[in-house]
Unconditional design. Structure first.
Length: 366
């Protein structure tokens, strides 16, 4: 069964992905490598598909949010380093060893728990330089140093997370102060990483051995304004499409959908699309807030988005038939709807729009 026979699906543009990888690599500081963030199913793009393409491009390190995400990659034959950025329950520590995963040390207490598991585990130590989320505080330097004495921690990296552009310089200084103290006391310095997508675009001088690139890898940034602020040639790699299941005609005054939120003001044609909020289409795009594209025409969403279907007003689009394809993210003729457009209309960021695209949408690399 091909992608064109599905009710709704995602297409991943291989050429655009490879272009973005090459572009981002060209921006890296000297000696720095990409460590793509393929957590949350690669921001909704399909972690296995994205990891395989990255491996073909020579990328040897990835980061994920959970041990489950790391295990899934290993079970699908993905090699290289896989860093688990978030919490792993102590009862799951044996699986870190079994699947050759690298665990983040969330703080010194968590480091003690990892050390007490009884066998060596690869880890990266997280330093909190101002995000105040995960990590050992940067000024607890003696505590950080003590973790280098734990016999079962194979410390292969140290990193922090930059929380904002305004704080980047101060956070960088705090991070490298920790590294300086370690170096002064003759501890071996493992791989360092500070940069995310925005860090690489705005502050590549922060350096490091890895850049944990997330949203930029997928050809977009979090907000539409950011795409204009950083004028680099990122190319969106994802298209979201759905089949027209049925075309209904409404007479003036007739209504459609839940709570009859769409009422025809003229003789109208309504296309029923095989996609809904259970697939990740935000319900906030209902009632004309959002649009879809059919036959190269942009048309409004009609009424309330349902769990499994969405109505679109195709009155002005000739010859729309069941089996036609509607585009919800991507291009159709000269028209385009981006993930940033949906995010702006929904009052959120593209990261959320993409990462919430549902599991029942099959992904196809084209």
């Amino acid at each position: 069964m091909t992608w064109n026979s599905k009710r709704a699906w995602i297409e991943i543009d291989r050429a655009a992905l490879h272009h973005n990888i090459a572009l981002l690599c060209s921006l890296l500081p000297e000696g720095c490598e990409l460590m793509p963030a393929i957590k949350a199913n690669a921001y909704g793009h399909g972690s296995i598909e994205i990891a395989r393409e990255c491996r073909q491009m020579g990328i040897n390190a990835f980061c994920v949010a959970s041990i489950q995400e790391g295990i899934e990659l290993r079970e699908h034959g993905i090699g290289g380093e896989i860093l688990v950025l978030g919490y792993t329950s102590p009862w799951q520590f044996p699986y870190l060893h079994k699947y050759r995963l690298t665990q983040t040390v969330l703080d010194h207490t968590y480091g003690k728990a990892l050390d007490s598991c009884g066998y060596p585990l690869k880890v990266h130590i997280k330093i909190d330089t101002g995000m105040h989320r995960l990590g050992e505080p940067w000024d607890a330097q003696e505590t950080i140093i003590s973790m280098f004495e734990y016999k079962n921690l194979l410390i292969e990296g140290i990193f922090t997370h930059i929380c904002s552009d305004a704080a980047s310089e101060e956070q960088g200084q705090r991070f490298y102060r920790v590294i300086s103290v370690l170096r002064d006391q003759s501890y071996p310095i493992p791989a360092l990483h500070l940069l995310s997508s925005y860090g690489l675009l705005a502050h590549p001088e922060l350096g490091g051995d890895f850049a944990r690139i997330g949203i930029a890898l997928y050809g977009v940034l979090s907000r539409k304004a950011d795409m204009e602020h950083y004028p680099i040639d990122l190319r969106p790699i994802l298209s979201l499409k759905a089949k027209v299941a049925q075309v209904r005609e409404l007479q003036p005054g007739e209504s459609a959908g839940y709570d009859l939120q769409f009422t025809a003001k003229r003789h109208s044609k309504i296309a029923v699309l095989s996609i809904g909020y259970a697939d990740g289409l935000p319900r906030s795009l209902s009632c004309g807030v959002g649009s879809v594209m059919v036959h190269g025409n942009k048309v409004p969403i009609a009424g309330l988005i349902c769990m499994d279907q969405t109505l679109a007003d195709v009155t002005d689009v000739p010859e729309v038939l069941p089996g036609d394809t509607a585009v919800l993210i991507g291009t159709s003729g000269v028209q385009e709807i981006s993930a940033c457009d949906l995010a702006e209309q929904s009052g959120t960021i593209s990261n959320e729009i993409l990462s919430r695209l549902g599991e029942r949408l099959e992904r196809f690399v084209v």
